[in-house]
Design a protein around this ligand. Structure first.
Ligand code: URA
Length: 233
C-alpha cells in the first residue's frame, strides 16, 4: 500500500495533507526516514512512525449516527444534505451508510467503510434486528398483529416474520429483519394507516443511549466483534 494512503486511512489527514507531512521528514518506516508519498509499505509487517510515535493501522471504521430528519442516507447528492455531511473529517475514508433510512426518518444508522459487514448486516439471511417506533395517523387496531407479524405482500413477495408491539393508541414498536424500500410505512399502509413519524431506536444491539440527535460515536472493538458474530450464524 502507498504510504500516503496508509497514513490517510489512519486518520492523519487527507491525501494532500499527508503528502506534506511525508515531505517534511516526519515519517519513518521501520528505521528509515521516508520522503516519498508513493513509497510502498506492507501494513501487516512494516512499522510506521510519525514524529517517533508508532501509528496503529486501521483499515475499517465503524460509527453509529443518531440521524436527524432532513438528511438523505446517501454518500452524496447535488441538492440535498446527506448523512455523510456529518463525517466531513473522514472524507478520505470512503464511508457509506449501512442500509437506508428515509429522509424524514430519525435514529440509529451505522456508517462504515467495511463493505462485507455492511452487506451482511442488511442481508435478510442473518436476521439482524432493526427496531422502529412508528407514530400513526390514527388509533391502531391491535387485530392487525397476526397478519403484520406473519408477513404481507410487498413487491410480489411476503415480508419476513416481524414483530409489532402496541405502545399507545397510535404508537407501535416494530421489529424487522429486512429492509425493503419504505418497508415500515408500506406495511402500515397495507392496513390503511399512515406513518407520520418514524424513528429507529435500535440496530442489532446498538441503541442510541446518550447519543444526541445529529451526533455520532465510533463503535468499540467489542461492538464490532459482536456485530460480526451476528453474521456468522
Ligand atoms: N421503513 C421505512 O418505511 N422507512 C425507513 O426509513 C426505514 C424503514
Amino acid at each position: 500500500m502507498r504510504l500516503d494512503k496508509f497514513l490517510s486511512n489512519c486518520g492523519l489527514g487527507t491525501r494532500s495533507q499527508v503528502k506534506d507531512i511525508i515531505k517534511s521528514n516526519k515519517i519513518k518506516v521501520n528505521t528509515e526516514l521516508v520522503k516519498k508519498p508513493e513509497f510502498n509499505i506492507n501494513p501487516e509487517k512494516d512499522v510506521v512512525y510519525y514524529e517517533d510515535n508508532k501509528i496503529e493501522y486501521k483499515e475499517f471504521y465503524y460509527f453509529l449516527l443518531n440521524k436527524p430528519k432532513g438528511y438523505l442516507s446517501a454518500t452524496e447528492d447535488t441538492f440535498q444534505p446527506t448523512i455523510l455531511d456529518f463525517f466531513s473529517n473522514y472524507s478520505h475514508l470512503d464511508l457509506f451508510p449501512v442500509g437506508r433510512l428515509d429522509k424524514d426518518t430519525t435514529g440509529a444508522i451505522i456508517i462504515t467503510n467495511d463493505g462485507l459487514l455492511a452487506h451482511q448486516l442488511i442481508s435478510p439471511k442473518y436476521h439482524v434486528d432493526k427496531i422502529y417506533i412508528a407514530a400513526l395517523d390514527k388509533e391502531v387496531d391491535p387485530s392487525i398483529k397476526e397478519e403484520f407479524e406473519d408477513g404481507i405482500m410487498l413487491d410480489g413477495e411476503k415480508t419476513l416474520p416481524a414483530k409489532i408491539e402496541f405502545l399507545d393508541k397510535n404508537i407501535c414498536r416494530v421489529t424487522l429483519h429486512q429492509g425493503k424500500y419504505h418497508q415500515v410505512k408500506r406495511m402500515f399502509e397495507h392496513f390503511s394507516y399512515k406513518v407520520i413519524e418514524l424513528h429507529r431506536e435500535r440496530f442489532a444491539f446498538l441503541t442510541l443511549d446518550n447519543l444526541e440527535e445529529s451526533s455520532y460515536r465510533e463503535l468499540t472493538n467489542e461492538e464490532v466483534i459482536n456485530l460480526k458474530s451476528l453474521c456468522k450464524k
